[in-house]
Design a binder for this molecule. Sequence first.
Ligand SMILES: Nc1ncnc2c1ncn2[C@@H]1O[C@H](COP(=O)(O)OP(=O)(O)OP(=O)(O)O)[C@@H](O)[C@H]1O
Ligand SMILES: [Mg+2]
Length: 239
Amino acid sequence: MSSRDYLEIRGLHVYYGNIHALHGVDLSVRKGEIVSVVGINGAGKSTLMWTIAGVLPIKSGQILLDGRALPSRPHEIVALGVSLVPERRRLFSALTVMENLVMCAILRRDKDGIASDMERCFDLYPVLKERLLQRSGTLSGGEQQMLAISRALMSRPSVLLLDEPSLGLAPLIVESLFDTIVKIRDEGVTVLMVEQNALQSLEISDRGYIMQTGEMIINASSQELVENPAVRKAYLGGD
Ligand SMILES: Nc1ncnc2c1ncn2[C@@H]1O[C@H](COP(=O)(O)OP(=O)(O)OP(=O)(O)O)[C@@H](O)[C@H]1O
Ligand SMILES: [Mg+2]
């Protein structure tokens, strides 16, 4: 492992019963990077995210944070600073924006810290402050994604895992959402993102991985990926 690798995954195998979903995944993210994993439906992107978050068990292989194995239980992983924004947001849709944010700070006792973290989310996404008492299920798709990211930020992560943040959003909304992901990184959070929307995600990423049927088949700088003809053809809608 290079000393600069912050999140390091080695030889990861994961199964659903006897379905072999991850076939020896290797991946590394350095501190302060945005890294994207790009792959089509069923490639294993969400499986990878749920496994890092401790929701799915590891059959074999390792996941290290700053050189140490992650604990096995989801709440311990969050406490260590790794926070997942799941695919399709998974908000508490009957609860308000405010309640969704407070819910995830439920284990925290530092009221002042919670308030200042909320303010930080509102600096990033001012519209959430206007919608504080609105039920999250009535927000637009873009606003729901902003809330889902804010909810994850409330645990003060050092690593943010984003599972298809652009899903179902119009390209302009994606662009402004991705601008905020860059801001989050610039404030010191390391970002690992999985996406089907390859072009837009690689635009804000330092490096990228191409995932296919449970394996990483290519790993390169975002620029190299965007310029690679085979990658363009298969994943970027190019020719
Ligand atoms: N709960 C499950 N039980 C059995 N197999 C599953 C389960 N969830 C996913 N799989 C299988 O594991 C593989 C990887 O699925 P996964 O959801 O990780 O892919 P993905 O890249 O996130 O796809 P998508 O782009 O559709 O979100 C697929 O073959 C899928 O059918
Ligand atoms: Mg998925």
